[in-house]
Write a protein that binds this ligand. Structure first.
Ligand code: FAD
Length: 284
């Protein structure tokens, strides 16, 4: 009750939504329906991921431009530096700036198979972007540590470098142990990181896919979630969606009570769950 009471008193919650460039005509329709459905919630921005394959990359720009033109909402492309030259990156950034884009989500990207080390980390991409123009830059953060980082402190110092290079907010990897996020936020503050740490919320719709994502990303899936989804693998999409919504709603309730003012939703191009959660948060 106390939780619901404090929820009804919430003010000034900001949200942002993440999409990925669609790979087929059907997915294209789903994406644009979702964008239309979520746009009236006036998110602070809608971001679009940047694929690992070069063919998908132009699609990011197309989707970003269309979101901006169609909805008037700020659209933020993700950009990775893992296998691009500095000149290419500067060119892309300049093109974005010239077409009115003012925020970029700056990432290193995952190492392609066979590549052990990279020339450029995300902190250096932030510096490069700031040299091109005065972008608002969002970066990634990992409450449970990035898989390649030697230890949590080294990873935190990396986040600090990204802040010092000029990023203004960090979007976290998804997580399910809310206390892990809160501890991470405290540790970041104690390390002198002056970034808005924005929780990345993943409303689960497909549990099997989630398990694969989570393993790859070093994200702990708690035992209570295994129990919750147990026996639903093969059927009952509706039940699974309801469970996913319930988990995410509990998560944002606790986070909102802990003072979180901005939530970033990994929509996976669907609108239903993100829309419902926003409604609960008073974002109309
Ligand atoms: P970095 O901050 O560069 O860190 C990468 C690793 O290197 C970390 O372990 C870090 O501790 C370590 N490190 C950093 N600097 C140094 C150094 N000088 N020496 C040694 N180690 C160092 N991927 C995509 O391909 N496209 C996307 O659109 C995309 N969007 C994402 C959105 C969000 C919100 C998040 C959380 C991730 C996203 N990713 C995306 C995945 C991301 O690209 C991978 O997690 C990638 O492996 C790391 O990217 P980063 O920007 O965090 O890298």
């Amino acid at each position: 009750d106390a939780l619901n009471q404090s929820l009804s008193e919430l003010r000034d919650i900001n949200v942002s939504f993440e999409f990925f460039p669609p790979k087929s005509e059907k997915m294209e329709q789903t994406l644009w329906k979702s964008v239309e459905r979520l746009a009236p919630l006036k998110p602070s921005y809608m971001s679009v991921t940047y694929g690992a394959n070069s063919g998908e990359r132009d699609r990011t720009h197309e989707v970003v431009k269309r979101i901006h033109q169609q909805t008037g909402i700020a659209a933020a492309p993700h950009l990775t530096c893992v296998d691009a030259s500095r000149d290419e990156l500067k060119q892309i950034a300049q093109d974005y700036w010239d077409s009115g884009i003012r925020r970029i989500v700056a990432l290193r990207g995952d190492l392609p198979p066979g590549m052990e080390k990279t020339e450029m980390y995300a902190s250096q991409l932030v510096t490069l972007l700031k040299e091109v123009a005065d972008f608002e830059v969002s970066v990634a953060a990992y409450p449970e540590k990035h898989p390649e980082a030697a230890n949590p402190q080294a990873d935190l110092l990396n986040l600090k470098r990204k802040a010092e290079a000029g990023a203004s907010e960090a979007i976290t990897q998804f997580f399910f142990d809310t206390s892990t996020f809160l501890r991470f936020r405290d540790r970041a503050a104690a390390t002198g990181i002056e970034l808005d740490i924005v929780p990345g919320i993943l409303p689960v719709t497909n549990y099997q896919t989630l398990l694969k994502f989570a393993e790859f990303a070093n994200v702990h899936v708690p035992g209570w979630m295994h129990k919750m989804f147990d026996g639903l693998a093969e059927d009952d999409q509706t039940t699974r969606n309801l469970l996913g919504a319930n988990i995410a709603m509990e998560q944002v309730k606790v986070l909102a009570k802990e003072g979180v003012k901005h939530f970033h939703f990994y929509t996976l191009n669907r609108s239903e769950l993100s829309y419902a959660i926003c409604h609960m948060l008073g974002v109309r």
